[in-house]
Design a protein around this ligand. Structure first.
Ligand SMILES: [Zn+2]
Length: 351
């Protein structure tokens, strides 16, 4: 019986050395300490022993049981420590990994072009002047020399907000940035009515027209207008300013062309073109004949100067205007103006 106990202990301790994880440790416990283990078999035969054998075998059996339980406890502790060490080494949080980047937006292509134009005109001494998008008929048309019923109004299909009770002066969404010319001149001339200061401003902003929308027409669009008023300003100043603008925007080789035109608020008036920078003036699908139509310009009409508080005998001035989307379309080769306000990220992310 003592031999059997010795063998049970040796077998169990030997088997324990091969145990390296929780699952096999539990299997070892069932085999060597469980109900049908060799040790329990010894205890079950206890009754068959003689009076003299019982204390000796009993003591020895308890020693073996305690030894095996102690070995099991120690092994269990070792396995838990090893598992903890392993997880600390393998599953640690690596704080040196870069975090997840938040997607950053960017400026709308329209805004990018606006800022570039502000920079170009800022370098030439022009200040930015902003005025309202909701105007009266008086400011949008009449003070700019478009009298009530003037046929030139037909060129600017207008959104009327309110007409009732206002007679010939309804509220309108501005069709161009030009009413800002009157606001600016009146503001400047009010500072010193006898000797008004010179004006050199650009007027940016959204304009609204009741257009049939297509690839080249939208019901809302941004314009940038320029106005310079002072003693002795001539048409050559206008040509020089716009040619300089073209060179600053498109490079020193850029050439400009002026074509006689008509606008009620300028006299004389001219459309201005820039030589196509895509084909170098040879002619391509974008430009057709080698020139890109940019906008309108002219010398400020004496009636408009007077409406702004400037004496047309002492003062002259020039004005020009163009669509900002038009410049962006030319610069980036965009073939449909409706992309600008379509809110399509596939378009916007390209700029
Ligand atoms: Zn071209």
């Amino acid at each position: 019986m003592l031999e059997q106990l010795k063998q049970v202990e040796e077998d169990a301790l030997k088997a324990l050395q091969a145990v390296h994880d929780e699952a096999s440790l539990e299997a070892w416990r069932v085999t060597h300490l469980g109900r049908s283990s060799g040790l329990m078999e010894v205890f079950s035969k206890f009754g068959q022993l003689s009076k003299e054998e019982k204390p000796v075998v009993g003591q020895r059996a308890n020693e073996v049981k305690q030894a095996l339980e102690a070995a099991f406890g120690a092994r269990s502790e070792e396995i838990q420590q090893a598992a903890l060490k392993h997880s600390l080494e393998q599953e640690q949080l690596d704080v040196t990994l870069p975090g997840r980047r938040l997607p950053l937006g960017r400026l709308h292509p329209d805004t990018q072009i606006q800022r570039e134009l502000y920079r170009v005109f800022g370098e030439m001494g022009f200040q930015v002047y902003r005025s309202r998008e909701v105007e009266s008929d008086e400011y949008n048309f009449q003070l700019l020399n478009f009298p009530v019923g003037h046929p030139a109004r037909d060129m600017q299909d207008t959104y009327f907000i309110e007409a009732e009770g206002r007679g010939d002066n309804p509220i309108v969404m501005r069709t161009h940035t030009s009413p800002g010319q009157i606001h600016a001149m009146r503001e400047y001339s009010a500072r010193n009515p006898q000797d008004p200061p010179p004006v050199r401003i650009v007027l940016p902003g959204m304009c609204y027209r009741y257009e049939q929308t297509d690839a080249r027409h939208e019901t809302q669009f941004d314009q940038l207008e320029g106005l310079a008023v002072g003693p002795g300003i001539t048409f050559s100043d206008l040509k020089g300013t716009l040619t300089d603008m073209a060179r600053r925007l498109f490079g020193q080789q850029a050439r400009t062309r002026f074509r006689a035109s008509f606008f009620p608020f300028t006299e004389p008036s001219a459309e201005f073109d820039i030589e196509c920078f895509l084909c170098g003036g040879k002619g391509c699908p974008v430009c057709g004949g080698g020139w890109l139509e940019i906008g309108g310009s002219g010398m400020v009409h004496p009636v408009v100067l007077e409406n702004g508080g400037y004496d047309p005998i002492r003062y002259t001035g020039f004005a020009f205007g163009f669509g900002i989307q038009r410049i962006a379309m030319l610069k980036y080769g965009i073939n449909d103006i409706r992309y600008f306000w379509g809110n399509d990220l596939r378009f916007l992310e390209q700029f």
